[in-house]
Design a protein around this ligand. Structure first.
Ligand SMILES: [Zn+2]
Length: 143
């Protein structure tokens, strides 16, 4: 599929999703499947959604522009994990503890900002936070 064609499909899918939400539909991705609830009299929209299941699921899970946030969050969590290990090795290193706590807050703020900018996003921006991570995203910490 060409780039333009792909961009067009994304736009049409966003439009469909917008219309569906305006008509009272709730469209979510649950365990990789599309979960759709909506007014039964709008079978027209429902069949449009069914015809574009894969595209809609893709948009909800990976909105455009989310990549920038994901990159920053991934780099951030890598740094925090190293930092966390250093604090465990050297628990009286106050400078390291301060830096870590500042950046833990920054990381959580960035995750929150992402969800305000992309309200349709429901998943984990870094494809699954580790249980052992010093901080986890809103999605993973609510699982
Ligand atoms: Zn997560």
């Amino acid at each position: 599929m060409g780039r333009d064609r792909q961009a067009q499909t994304v736009m049409q899918t966003r439009l469909l999703l917008h219309d569906a939400q305006a008509a009272g539909f709730s469209v979510e991705v649950v365990d990789g499947y599309l979960d759709v609830k909506g007014p039964p009299e709008r079978g027209d929209i429902m069949s449009e959604i069914k015809a574009h299941k894969a595209e809609i699921a893709d948009i909800i899970s990976h909105p455009e522009g989310i990549g920038q946030y994901a990159d920053r969050l991934r780099k951030g969590i890598d740094w925090l994990e190293i930092c966390f290990q250093r604090v465990l090795d050297d628990p009286f290193n106050q400078r390291m503890i301060d830096a870590m706590s500042r950046n833990l807050h920054r990381w959580a703020d960035l995750d929150e900002e992402l969800r305000q900018v992309f309200p349709e996003f429901r998943g984990c921006p870094i494809d699954g936070c580790k249980d052992t991570a010093p901080v986890r995203c809103l999605h993973c910490s609510n699982l």
